[in-house]
Ligand binder design. Structure first.
Ligand code: AMP
Length: 345
């Protein structure tokens, strides 16, 4: 299936983004928040670029098609849902997950039954119900592979009904008994008098970065792009969980202030606090500035701790990026590809 022409080292590296659906807008927003704004010169064209990554061409495809294109190597990278990745990834391992938690597009592929099936709350109950039906269960879905596997593993005889449009009406219309569909808030199920089974989650999903394995192995440019994308994504995702705090504090020395900070549980910072002298206009010598990074959900605890040890003028600022020595998922990718780090340093 490999397309030799497409795999040519001449062609620029490509990243496919969802062209429609819930992931489309959120992908652009996510990339912009990472500092990778998309520039789409012509809104009708299916091609765009990212000024901060000039070697990359951005394409727009349907989420399922993105997986197929990454698999066959016509594009090197894609952002799509784990649900469609798992459904369409195939068995040859050519499409691989580089980042499985981009933090948006959360949903579950789940089984839902008509509300009228009052006694069916779990998959076990469903098996019982099907046994009483005396025929196989008709399940409507856009995810036949994952749904079929799930029903098979749970010993439920079934017939899959592939549907393209709105699935939720299938049981009411009568061409299916149950559905297997993406559920986010659950409102659509409710509106259609359906109910998710307690243990009926087939595949938890959110947006992910996927890549063509062969391209990473054979094209240094693709490997370098994987690193850049993962650098931006990881540094951004780590940053949004944190806040930067600056405070002034009086003390006899930087060491004395560090000692006070380390008596507190929350404000130790990532490595430890940065403490620097403040040059006060009147020449007073015992003022210091403390700079720490804290988890966003611990902000008020941190401010109280700072106040309790004499902090004043506390300034809180968002963090754009937090870069570690190397993106953890890049290291994991090299390991999965059996590429030694030294070869790329
Ligand atoms: P909700 O009513 O919020 O549970 O959303 C359910 C509807 O939105 C169904 O039609 C799903 O197919 C669709 N949906 C929910 N989450 C996603 C997602 N992350 N990606 C694509 N479609 C989704």
């Amino acid at each position: 299936m490999e397309n030799v022409e497409n795999m040519s080292s001449e062609r620029p590296i490509r990243l496919s983004l969802p062209s429609k659906g819930r992931l489309a807008e959120d992908s652009l927003e996510f990339l912009a928040a990472c500092g990778l704004q998309i520039n789409k010169p012509n809104p009708r064209q299916y091609e765009a670029n990212i000024p901060n990554l000039p070697d990359l061409v951005v394409l727009f495809q349907r989420p399922g098609d993105i997986v197929v294109s990454v698999r066959d190597g016509s594009v090197e990278f894609g952002i799509t849902g784990i649900d469609v990745y798992e459904e369409h990834k195939g068995s040859n391992g050519e499409a691989m997950l580089l980042h499985d938690a981009l933090g948006f597009g959360h949903c579950n592929l789940a089984l839902a039954v008509p509300e009228a099936w009052e006694e069916v709350l779990s998959v076990n109950d469903l098996r019982q119900r099907v046994a009483n039906l005396g025929r196989s269960l008709r399940a409507a879905t856009k995810f036949p592979l994952l749904t079929g596997k799930f029903l098979q593993v749970h010993g439920i005889p079934h017939t899959l009904i592939s549907a393209e449009g709105t699935l939720e009406t299938a049981p009411a219309i009568g061409y299916a008994d149950i559905i297997s569909d993406l559920v986010s808030s659950g409102q659509t199920l409710k509106d259609n008098r359906l109910r998710a089974l307690q243990d009926g989650v087939i595949q938890p999903s959110q947006a992910a970065l996927i890549a063509n394995r062969q391209a990473l192995r054979t094209r240094p440019k693709a490997l370098a792009m994987a690193r850049q994308l993962l650098e931006y994504f990881e540094a951004h995702l780590r940053a949004i969980e944190n806040l930067a705090i600056f405070a002034n504090m009086r003390g006899s020395s930087a060491e004395a202030i560090a000692g006070r900070i380390f008596t507190q549980p929350t404000i130790g910072g990532l490595q430890g606090p940065t403490i620097s002298p403040v040059f006060v206009r009147n020449g007073e010598k015992n003022w210091f500035a403390v700079h720490i990074v804290v988890q966003r959900d611990r902000l008020f605890r941190s401010i109280n701790e700072l106040r309790s040890i004499g902090g004043s003028g506390v300034v809180v600022a968002p963090v754009t990026y937090i870069f570690e020595e190397e993106p953890a998922r890049y290291a994991a990718m090299l390991q999965a590809l059996e590429i030694k780090d030294a070869e790329n340093s």
